[in-house]
Design a protein around this ligand. Structure first.
Ligand SMILES: [Zn+2]
Length: 507
């Protein structure tokens, strides 16, 4: 028999029907009764509007928790009730009960028409004890708790959530359901575009699936979501398009446009960041996209692959001009000679920074309202040394409006630690960390970890965050995040939302 159906027939101990409103704290006495297995209820007037709340929170203390097997909280509305169960982990705690999992009894009139609240305690003992319940207050949704916050979803796949341009409207609906304000899809690489481009080879997939940029921009505009075109700056193409651009890659290799490693190996995917042809094409792509009416341009792979590149003949020539001297033992001397090594680091950083400065001037000449952002390695000092991203300098020079550190660690503690160092290096309002949900090992705590990281970045003063990656199999976790309450320790919610195990990282 369902417990709710037994409510009126049970010989319960109706301790009090106090006249005070349930918003105030109270102590409830529990005394031995005739029947040890009984259900106790206390009912109070309650008229707080919970229609915008994700949960209710209250302090809760039980003298002897072993006297009870469970607790319930019900809200009367019109001709019915919303009923929830909750189980405190210890005798004195703060409860936060998620309203999203309420069971409906009868025909309630809505969370904005509440009349009474009922606390239910299921006894398993027959001793004397007491229950202390604090003020019951609404808890907003996590995402409503920071109005104006920017929340960017990234889709590595150019057409977004669905497989072609026809799905763009559905993608935007899902974005909004998950609480995202901004959307970013990868539409241009160094050798191929997923929109109709004059600056780059247009992917043959555009004929088959439609223009990714045009379709998503149109639907984002309709749905009130900002669209950012994501440029994968120095990477030739996504792996799935390599065969489509085989001719371009061969030509680029023959013309010396590809990056060369310290030991002389020519990359099959990375372009040399100093080569004038590569830089000029990057600028053309940026200018072309700026003319398409996008809300933002997002630079990714705006860097060297690592400290082991680029050592092509052109880089030697350009570095010697930068350093104002010959390098006799190329490339060994740039590592063994301390002064050259320092200059080499400056040269690499300058390569990327100067390109971004020129790009910003070009974009602002076309459309001054376009926002410029870049995915960067987390921790500024490491980013500059490892991949030549001197992003505090980019921020102070104004060539990007914000950086998006790829803070993909799964640990909330480490995420917070890195962020505090980043905030010491640059204006925290221009740091928009990207949470790496796609890259995490699934330990069943993805939503809880995102919540923890969001609390860290809000506490640090960030004005928003991003999530990598927005794709079909992560939607349950992202929806659960959007529905979750702004207070931690939610009881009865499904925070342990699973998501698929880690695949090979795609960025
Ligand atoms: Zn080079």
């Amino acid at each position: 028999m369902r417990r709710s159906a037994r409510r009126l027939s049970m010989a319960a101990f109706l301790v009090s029907a106090a006249l005070c409103d349930a918003s105030s704290a109270r102590t409830l006495q529990v005394r031995p009764g005739r029947e040890p297995q009984s259900r106790l209820t206390w009912t109070y007037p309650f008229t707080v509007d919970l229609s915008k709340a994700a949960a209710v929170a209250f302090d809760f203390r039980v003298g002897d928790l072993s006297e009870f097997s469970d607790f319930g909280l019900s809200f009367e509305s019109g001709g019915g009730w919303y009923s929830l169960r909750f189980s405190p982990d210890c005798a004195k705690t703060r409860m936060c009960v998620n309203l999203g999992h309420a069971r409906i009894e009868g025909s309630p009139a809505g969370w904005n028409s509440l009349t009474r609240m009922r606390l239910t305690a299921w006894r398993c003992g027959n001793g004397s004890t007491e229950i202390e319940m604090g003020e019951v207050t609404p808890v907003p949704r996590l995402l409503d708790a920071a109005p104006g916050e920017r929340r960017t979803a990234y889709s590595h796949y150019s057409w977004g959530l669905t497989r072609d341009a026809h799905g763009a409207a559905n993608t935007v609906r899902e974005l909004k359901a998950c609480g995202f304000t901004d959307y970013c899809t990868a539409v241009a690489y160094a050798d191929v575009a997923f929109y109709r481009s004059k600056a780059l080879r247009t992917s043959p997939q555009v004929d088959e699936k439609g223009d990714a940029l045009a379709a998503l921009l149109r639907e984002c505009r309709r749905g009130g979501v900002k669209y950012h075109a994501w440029i994968v700056s120095f990477l030739a193409s996504p792996p799935s398009s390599r065969k489509d651009i085989a001719d371009e890659l061969k030509r680029a290799t023959d013309e010396g446009l590809m990056a060369v490693s310290f030991d002389g190996k020519v990359s099959g995917e990375w372009h040399c960041p100093t080569h004038p042809v590569n830089r000029s094409r990057f600028m053309d792509v940026v200018a072309e996209i700026a003319g398409l009416g996008v809300d933002g341009i997002h630079y990714d792979y705006i860097r060297y692959p690592n400290e082991g590149a680029c050592f092509c003949a052109g880089c030697r020539e350009r570095f010697e001009a930068f350093a104002g001297r010959r390098v006799d033992n190329w490339p060994k001397d740039v590592r063994s000679d301390a002064r050259l090594a320092q200059k080499w680091k400056s040269f690499r950083c300058d390569t990327i920074t100067s390109l971004l400065k020129n790009a910003a001037a070009r974009v602002r000449g076309v459309d001054n309202g376009i926002e410029l952002t870049a995915s960067v390695f987390p921790a500024a000092g490491n980013a500059a040394w490892h991949v030549a991203q001197d992003w505090p300098e980019w921020i102070s020079a104004g060539c990007v409006d914000a950086v998006h550190p790829m803070s993909y660690t799964q640990s909330v503690e480490m995420f917070g630690g890195v962020l505090r160092k980043e905030a010491a290096a640059a204006d925290v309002k221009r740091i928009v960390p990207t949470l790496g949900l796609r890259c995490w090992q699934d330990d069943g705590r993805g939503v809880e970890r995102m919540r923890g990281q969001i609390a860290e970045l809000r506490a640090a003063g960030c004005t928003g965050f991003g999530v990598f990656n927005f794709e079909q199999d992560l939607l349950p976790a992202l929806r659960a995040l959007a529905a979750s309450a702004a207070e931690p320790g939610v009881s009865g919610s499904r925070l342990r939302c699973p998501y698929p195990a880690r695949r090979k990282p795609v960025r």
